[in-house]
Design a protein around this ligand. Structure first.
Ligand code: SAH
Length: 468
């Protein structure tokens, strides 16, 4: 390691920046996050700098004595860099000449700022793009309220020291403070819950930590469609209880040492009942663990998230919910199928074709009206019945249908057909993965991955006969 990372206290100390252009402004934006006194030496000031009362325009022309007593010097003026660097070094002041490592005595890391928590990333100038990438990842992992939490910790230090004995117990308290109930409450913006959780952590040392469950939407499959919050929850989980529909690529993003419990429902195979899943969640949370209940798409859309939430809350387990991109939205984006368009449709219905008693009942007459659009979940097996219902209710057999199978995954297929031919298309093409069936959306045939299916006007009667 050639460069040693340190944090420099700049409170009320002078930092001199030579240069008043774009580069200097970029450095000063960062310096403004500190409590430094910022002095600029430049013939002209960038408007962003002159507008800022915290910035002092010390001089137009550089002279070495302007650096006397400064804590740090930045030089952002190509012509002056060597002179400024020499002057700073002669005075023993650390200097950074922008983009000139050979005449700089310090370099500035990439920073993730959750003041007072700051993560600095450096590559000693070898790979700035890599540093940026690492920065983006860490940024995604750290909650935005982290700084607030650290500031609270600071203000509570004396109180905690007077209540919780030094050593293991105090460490356990802070562990709970930063990763358990108090942090969850503060993130939720609930001050009352924060006080309660804090008191619990302060006074209930003997009891095991309170467990909790996060119902997290994993999106339709592409791991990049996870929210930042879902990603963070996966990094923090002790236990992950996941569905069959959650893609392996999403699970890849979870903490390595989290326990993983699959509860996937696979068609035609014995699978856990909802009550058993609820029992697993309760059992794990009662151990004091942070359980992530990871569900395909969004937990509240055909995901039984409400039932799990109710069972947990009835048992006094705190629950929080992280939304996900539901399949109807993810598949539409992937197939480039706008879900609403001016002059086309003013609403879209998300519906399930399956219910616990077979094909789900809907107001078919309303759905069959011209201009109605629906996105059908769990429709592959029931497509024939759905089509029969819509056709009987008067829908035109030529109404466009787009089927998106394994949407957003590498195995995605898009099949374009009509309501009159949907059953035929599903069988001929062998659709077997999870799919969304869009009814009433004219698709853009120019979109590269759409395979048109021949329209069969004759099939309406056949479907109607089969259904009767
Ligand atoms: N909670 C989920 C839906 C679960 S129901 C969500 O919000 O998306 C399961 C149904 O979702 C499947 O039968 C299928 O209709 C749809 N589905 C889930 N993932 C899908 C994918 N990658 N591509 C197409 N459809 C998908």
């Amino acid at each position: 390691m050639r460069y040693f990372p340190i944090f420099v206290d700049l409170k009320d100390r002078r930092v001199v920046v030579v240069g008043g252009g774009e580069e200097a402004t970029r450095k000063i934006r960062l310096l403004l996050k500190t409590e430094a006194v910022i002095e600029v030496v430049a013939s002209e000031l960038h408007p962003e700098l002159s507008a800022n009362p915290r910035i002092r325009w010390a001089a137009k022309d550089f002279s070495p004595d302007l650096l006397d007593g400064a804590a740090l010097v930045y030089s952002a003026d190509k012509d002056l860099n060597p002179t400024v660097s020499a002057a700073a070094q002669a005075r023993g002041i650390p200097v950074n000449a922008v983009d000139e490592a050979d005449i700089s005595t310090f370099i500035v890391p990439s920073i993730v700022d959750r003041d007072p928590v700051v993560v600095a990333i450096g590559t000693e100038g070898t790979a700035p793009v890599l540093a940026q990438g690492i920065r983006a990842r860490i940024d995604g992992m750290l909650p935005h309220g982290l700084g607030k939490l650290a500031a609270r910790a600071q203000s509570l230090r004396d109180k905690v020291a007077s209540i919780v004995p030094h050593g293991n117990r105090r460490r356990a308290f802070w562990q709970e403070f930063f990763f358990g109930g108090p942090r969850a409450a503060l993130e939720g913006g609930d001050e009352v819950a924060f006080d309660l959780a804090l008191n619990d952590a302060l006074f209930n040392e003997g009891k095991p930590a309170a467990g909790r469950v996060s119902l997290v939407g994993a999106g339709p499959g592409d791991p990049e469609l996870l929210t930042l919050k879902a990603h963070r929850k996966l990094q923090e989980a002790d236990v992950i209880v996941y569905d069959r529909l959650v893609s392996p690529a999403v699970l890849e993003l979870a903490r390595r040492d989290a326990v993983r419990i699959p509860v996937g429902k696979t068609p035609f195979e014995p699978s856990p009942r909802q009550s058993e899943i609820n029992d697993i969640l309760l059992r794990e949370a009662k151990k004091g663990l942070h359980v992530v209940r990871l569900k395909g798409g969004d937990p509240y859309i055909f995901g039984r998230g409400g039932e799990e939430q109710a069972a947990l809350e009835a048992a006094g387990i705190p629950v929080d919910v992280v939304p996900g991109i539901t399949a109807a939205l993810g598949c539409a984006a992937s197939a480039k199928l706008p879900l609403t368009q001016r002059g086309q449709n003013r609403s879209i219905t998300l519906l399930t074709a399956a219910s616990e008693h077979g094909v789900a009942e809907h107001n078919w007459a309303a759905l069959a009206q011209p201009g109605q659009v629906c996105a059908i979940y769990m429709g592959v097996n029931a497509a024939g019945d759905v089509a029969a219902n819509l056709l009987s209710a008067g829908m035109s057999p030529a109404t466009p249908v787009t089927i998106v199978e394994n949407g957003t995954l590498p195995t995605e297929r898009v099949i374009e057909t009509t309501i009159g031919s949907v059953w035929d298309a599903i069988h001929t093409r062998g659709v077997s993965g999870p799919a969304i069936i869009y009814v009433g959306l004219p698709s853009d045939r120019a979109a590269a991955n759409i395979v048109p299916f021949p329209v069969r006007e004759d099939i309406r009667d056949a479907i109607l006969r089969a259904a009767s």
